[in-house]
Ligand binder design. Sequence first.
Ligand code: NAI
Ligand code: MG
Length: 316
Amino acid sequence: MKVAVVPGDGIGKEVVPVAEAVLRRLHPEWDYVEVEIGYGRWKRCGEALGAEELQALREADSVLFGAVTTPPDPNYQSVIVRLRKELELYANVRPVQGAGVDITIVRENTEGLYSGIEWELPGSACTLRVVTEAGSRRIARFAAARAKGRRFTIGTKANVLKSDALFRRCAIEEAEAAGLEWEEKYIDALCLGVLMHPAHYGVVVTTNIFGDILSDAAGALVGGLGLLPSANIGDDHALFEPVHGSAPDIEGKGIANPVAALRSAAMLLDHAGDAAGAAAVEAAVTATLDTGMKTPDLGGSATTAAFGEAVLGHLG
Ligand code: NAI
Ligand code: MG
């Protein structure tokens, strides 16, 4: 098993080593390859994602990813958006769990408003929202396969957007083909619903940008971005990363919460077939939080490294 490790930028460099240490503890026999990608690399050599680095990710069974900075510069293409397309990581799985909440947001990851088809005109700029039947069916099937015994909610703006009317039709057909009961909500009402009545929801499937926004907002239910992991899954590759970004406001202080990265490592273990290892990491994280050890985002004073050591201690 080959794991590519991409710390990236900012706090990615602080939380990924904690997650990597846990993987190495559980699987010293795996092959870990560190790969440099991101804004830091761009500043160093003018290229954020090199051909060799992309090849290293293609050759890996799984990628453990931190976060990359995307400067608001129209000439800079988001690396993570590009990676999701290059590796065909069409499913973005974002579990929001804890405090009586157990929601899995499944976001289409390769098209929609992040299709990357954009142009500037004098006085305006256009971004094309491309939703395909193949892409919609693929993500709906993926979500439906994870929804057995759980409520299945389809989130769209099909009342306004033709692209979402297509997504909606495909999602409903795939849910029915999978024998699932389904419900649907417009995305704005769904955001409110998830925040007001989180226990109602199980698996939510939605398009790219809506899933991005909904999953960050839903993070408020369980203690914020520092706790939320995600998986980007395709037929041939899988990349696991915290939902959060590079957090330049706390970079270099050693206080970033490593839980999101640790839980992303647990998702990697699960995907690799080590469900027991994944459960052990989840349990060690919970046990550490239960002792009252918390990083400042959760109101504590623990450092990233101290939290990581405590988790390793609980792993035994
Ligand atoms: P962000 O997630 O980096 O930070 C938002 C807020 O949450 C900040 O106040 C930050 O300090 C806090 N935060 C995030 N993660 C935390 C953690 N683990 N522990 C404690 N506090 C944490 O989002 P923001 O500020 O919008 O973006 C910063 C940079 O990250 C941008 O360049 C953005 O493009 C990039 N980004 C990258 C992503 C990726 O690589 N997948 C995802 C989101 C943003
Ligand atoms: Mg986001």
